[in-house]
Design a protein around this ligand. Structure first.
Ligand SMILES: Nc1ncnc2c1ncn2[C@@H]1O[C@H](COP(=O)(O)OP(=O)(O)OC[C@H]2O[C@@H]([n+]3cccc(C(=O)O)c3)[C@H](O)[C@@H]2O)[C@@H](O)[C@H]1O
Ligand SMILES: Nc1ncnc2c1ncn2[C@@H]1O[C@H](COP(=O)(O)OP(=O)(O)OP(=O)(O)O)[C@@H](O)[C@H]1O
Ligand SMILES: NC(=O)CC[C@H](N)C(=O)O
Length: 567
């Protein structure tokens, strides 16, 4: 029996377009003699729909679209479609008004509905805000073709398979849906997912599901969403494991795909369809992150209706990387780099930015800002009389640039990409309403040390990022001779402290015990706390790590929580 995974890229809320994509995949699958087609979690509305789910008319439109899709699909193909279903008991007995569901469509109708049982409510996930958990194990039977006996297929939705206590060494939820399904004697388990990307996550998914497949002696098919929705990048990388835990197929990462496999009724196991379709995983983390960021920029622009972007090109490494990502995502002809030298800019900053633009094939425009800086100086001359030249005067350069860039974006209908990296966003080394301006922060979750390693990886064959950009000392160039290390610890030290503090939840004392200077640790943690007000006003940033400063980071601003560190 042929089964296909449709690795789809839905746009959130675009019900008609998403249904059409499911229909297109179904037509393709039918030509390949497929009996069962799998689509990702919430494939009809896209994941995560967030508070659109609080709008009853949206939920109603989804139900209507689902019914129409059932009628439009080829009647002999069984299709699992991700949707929501009202909770009829919510009104009388309380509880959330919806179930996160999978609908089995066949023969022109909705045949069965399955409810997600485990609702992730941590990091970027907020499913208990909207959904009631399903209480029953989910399965259906399917006859491969007339005169064959029926196959029992267990249905799980994303998080449902993330509670194998043997794999994790603990239970997060009281139930483990896969145990119930094994007891019910299902022949095969499918998992319909919307699992966002983070570095190294695919290895974790494969190890986790390999463990479950072998533990329960059941084949598992994992169908993931692909595409980027705001800050979340979904990598796809759908795959299937046979009963012995071997990878039978793997879909492409960061692209839509349709993958075919075969359920051998005699053996009760799945096998690849020749030629074997196992896309190799990226060679290194840099290749993986690059794929994620390119997709992130491409989908954000496309789904918001932009074809062109503008970037401030300083001749530094951050703007160089963002320009390279944008050129790959949208085509070099759709990227405008703007050089805005001030009297403090070094000669090499302009030269390096121009060489970079030439390497990438992007257009540039130069707008010197000395005269605008002078106008500001004149306008506040009386007000600031008798004060020292300081941070306000330095930052005005950044604010002038931010204004010019937004004006260009506004004039020509471009999207402004901001260039701040995670290390800067963590400690607030950036100017509010200055270089923080923008519609999308492309590398806001990429630590500075990773910015360098990505650029070096990019240069592995040809020089794309000019060598001088990689070797000179990082500098904001807001005053003569300034370097980042006048204000911050060396980036390898800063990033290690941030990794321990933000990702590993280590205390200041633990970070010091790992060999860091106590004063530096205290200072860094205080800077992180005090920069919350800036991060709250930053553009959405593409998430590539397990903890980003985005929807999964909910810190108070007016607080003393992190600020009172002791070592
Ligand atoms: N809790 C809070 N809630 C709301 N607002 C708060 C606040 N705390 C301070 N503020 C306000 O924010 C102001 C400070 O923030 P802000 O004006 O952004 O500026 P600030 O953080 O003082 O300075 C920017 C820093 O970023 C560095 N930098 C590095 C790299 C690039 C660039 C660049 O611009 O290109 C800059 C620059 O050298 C400087 O050290 C305060 O003066 C105050 O008005
Ligand atoms: N002279 C300039 N011309 C154009 N844009 C600039 C200029 N200086 C700064 N910018 C913009 O402001 C951002 C932050 O600037 P800055 O160079 O101060 O910080 P950075 O962290 O060293 O970043 P980068 O490595 O890109 O230089 C830059 O990435 C760029 O987008
Ligand atoms: N949509 C979901 O249930 C996602 C949760 C899951 N643990 C994941 O990241 O992949």
């Amino acid at each position: 029996m042929k089964i296909a995974i449709a690795q789809l890229n839905p746009t959130i809320g675009a019900l008609t377009d998403n249904a059409q994509n499911i229909l297109n995949a179904a037509k393709q699958a039918l030509d390949l003699d497929v009996r069962l087609l799998l689509t990702p979690e919430l494939s009809l509305c896209g994941y995560p729909p967030r508070d659109l789910l609080l709008d009853p008319s949206f939920v109603e439109a989804m139900a209507t679209t689902l019914q129409q899709l059932a009628r439009d699909l080829p009647p002999n193909l069984a299709v699992l479609v991700g949707t929501v279903e009202p909770n009829p008991k919510a009104f009388t007995s309380g509880g959330k008004s919806l179930f996160n569901s999978m609908a089995l469509l066949e023969g022109g109708k909705v045949q069965q509905i399955f409810h997600k049982r485990l609702l992730p409510t941590y990091d970027v996930f907020d499913e208990q805000r909207y959904f009631e958990p399903g209480l029953q194990p989910n399965f259906f039977t399917l006859t491969p073709q007339p005169h064959y006996s029926a196959i029992k297929i267990g249905v799980t939705i994303c998080e449902d398979l993330w509670n194998d206590e043997e794999f994790w060494g603990k239970r997060t939820y009281a139930v483990n849906p896969i145990t119930d399904l094994a007891q019910l004697g299902v022949d095969l388990i499918v998992n319909l997912s919307a699992s966002p990307y983070s570095v190294g996550k695919q290895a974790l998914r494969e190890a986790m599901l390999r463990h479950s497949a072998t533990r329960f002696d059941r084949p598992i098919i994992y169908a993931n969403q692909v595409g980027s929705n705001d800050d979340l990048i979904f990598d796809g990388s759908s795959f299937a494991l046979n009963r012995t835990g071997e990878i039978v197929c793997r879909a492409r990462s960061f692209e839509t795909d349709l993958v075919l496999l075969d359920f051998d009724v005699e053996k009760g196991d799945i096998a690849s369809v020749q030629p074997k379709y196992v896309t190799p995983l990226p060679d290194c983390e840099e290749e993986e992150i690059w794929g994620a960021l390119v997709l992130g920029v491409k989908d954000y622009a496309r789904k918001c209706g932009f074809s062109k972007v503008v970037i401030g090109l300083s001749g530094g490494v951050d703007s160089a990387l963002v320009a390279a990502i944008a050129a790959e995502a949208l085509g070099a002809e759709n990227v405008l780099g703007v050089l805005m030298p001030s009297p403090y800019s070094s000669d090499h900053s302009v030269k390096d930015a121009l060489v970079l633009a030439e390497n990438l094939g992007i257009k540039t425009h130069t707008l010197p800002i000395g005269n605008l800086m002078q106008s500001y100086d004149e306008s506040w001359e009386d007000l600031f009389a008798g004060t020292e030249f300081g941070i306000a005067e330095e930052n005005i350069q950044s604010r002038i640039r931010g204004n010019l860039l937004m004006a260009i974006a506004n004039k020509f209908g471009y999207l402004l990409l901001s260039t701040g990296n995670k290390s800067e966003m963590a400690v607030g080394y950036c100017t509010l309403y200055g270089d923080m301006n923008g519609g999308l922060a492309a590398i806001a979750d990429v630590p500075k040390t990773r910015v360098y390693s990505l650029c070096k990886w990019l240069n592995r064959n040809d020089e794309i990022i000019p060598e001088n950009i990689l070797t000179k000392a990082p500098s904001a160039e807001l005053k003569p001779g300034q370097t980042d290390q006048d204000s911050l610890p060396a980036y390898d030290i800063l990033d290690d402290i941030l990794q321990r503090f933000i990702h590993e939840h280590q205390s200041a004392a633990q970070i010091v015990a790992a060999g860091h200077d106590p004063d530096v640790v205290k200072r860094v943690i205080k800077m992180v706390a005090r920069a919350e007000f800036k991060r709250r006003q930053a553009p959405p940033g593409l998430k590539i790590t397990d903890r980003a400063f985005g929807t999964g980071w909910r810190m108070p601003i007016a607080s003393k929580g992190l600020d009172t560190v002791s070592v």
